[in-house]
Design a protein. Structure first.
Length: 377
């Protein structure tokens, strides 16, 4: 019950040991087609430039930035928690003008007014926002942000690593230029494979720079990725790098599971699990980190650690005694951030019975510490 990687779906696990195909085999090209259409379904898009990239979701984050910005251009990152800072660090390392805006209150949404002020002030070419921030367990309302960015001639990247399949996300309708995600969260698939899609506007930028300003990374150059996927050259696939073929089997199997259950039902299952878990947490006297219910993410919930409790010892107890692992904080070194646990219920773990067992074991671990303390008085 961590924020990912999550438990694998059994069919996905089996698919990982299918016999290897050559990456030049026509059957492999068919696998790419299935995956591409599957990602389009998950992201609710018709975008042609839609791919799976070998690497964690961090590579998709880096891919979006290095393909869409040219030297001298500007990146704006909206920071809720951990991930916006990572994007800003990438922008700085790549030498782009990089700016951030932060929210004062944990998990609060950025308003359209705040975003417009920042767009006016910094005039970015590219803006990043995290739809579901796993580090805090909060969700950003995306309505109107794409349109606003386009009014300021700025492209929009949305990080959907945790929001995919846990929260509604319609890429085309929301006018998002890049969406990326990973396979190891609500898809209950293997880590090591990232999903990414580019709008026509973003694709134009990428294509137009191929000769004048080639992307500085060979591996992440989407012009080369597109050629490997048989786009732009009458289905001729050009060698780029050897993909993680078994992980692609895993991704296809994960997508099939979502299609069989239906995307809307998968999202509804995560939303139901969120409300159930939040209620159970509050009923046992614990408090949630994110105050407004609408800003709380489905799939990961942050629970404040009571002052008299050692949070790490609780995690160890639950794991040793009940084989249940919950997550700690990615922001633990920041003294301004309160101490909290992160309970993940992604993919196959978005299950009420698993949530019950988790809360019961959490309660037992807390009680045990309190009893021990009393015995020493
Ligand atoms: C990783 O995505 C995490 O939130 O721990």
């Amino acid at each position: 019950m961590i924020p990912g990687p999550t438990n694998l779906n059994q069919k996905v696990l089996k698919s990982l040991s299918l016999p290897l195909l050559s990456h030049t085999d026509p059957q492999f090209y068919q696998l790419l087609d299935h995956i591409q259409n599957g990602i389009r379904y998950l992201f609710q898009t018709k975008n042609s430039y839609t791919f799976a990239i070998t690497g964690s979701a961090t590579i998709a984050m880096e891919t979006a930035i290095c393909n869409l910005l040219k030297p001298g251009q500007t990146l704006l990152s909206l920071v809720h928690g951990y991930w916006g800072n990572r994007v800003a660090s990438m922008g700085q390392r790549m030498g782009f003008n990089t700016h951030v805006i932060r929210n004062e209150k944990f998990g609060q949404n950025f308003t359209l007014i705040q975003i417009e002020n920042a767009l006016r002030r910094y005039r970015p070419n590219l803006m990043y926002v995290c739809h579901g921030d796993s580090s805090l367990g909060c969700v950003q309302n995306l309505h109107g942000i794409g349109q606003l960015c386009h009014r300021y001639d700025c492209l929009l990247i949305v990080d959907a690593v945790v929001s995919l399949c846990t929260t509604p996300l319609a890429m085309d309708q929301l006018e998002i230029d890049v969406v990326f995600s990973g396979c190891q969260k609500a898809l209950s698939g293997p880590p090591g494979i990232a999903l990414i899609s580019f709008s026509d506007k973003a694709t134009e930028v990428i294509k137009s720079r191929s000769k004048t300003y080639p992307v500085s990374s060979f591996y992440m150059d989407i012009n080369l990725v597109a050629k490997a996927w048989g786009l732009d050259n009458n289905d001729v696939h050009t060698y780029h790098y050897t993909p993680a073929i078994n992980l692609l089997y895993g991704l296809r199997a994960s997508i099939r599971e979502i299609i069989n259950e239906d995307l809307a039902n998968v999202i509804a299952r995560h939303q139901k699990a969120k409300h159930y878990l939040e209620k159970r947490i509050q009923n046992v006297g614990l408090k949630l980190l994110v105050q407004e219910s609408d800003n709380r993410l489905a799939g990961i919930t942050s629970v404040l650690i009571p002052d008299d409790i050692d949070g790490n010892r609780v995690i160890q107890f639950m794991y040793k005694k009940h084989d249940i692992l919950i997550g700690g904080s990615l922001l633990a070194t920041d003294p301004k951030v309160p101490k909290f646990w992160r309970i993940g219920y992604l993919g196959v773990n978005a299950d009420l019975e698993k949530i019950d067992r988790t809360i019961e074991s959490l309660q037992e671990a807390i009680q045990k510490q309190r009893n021990k303390f009393k015995a020493h008085l």
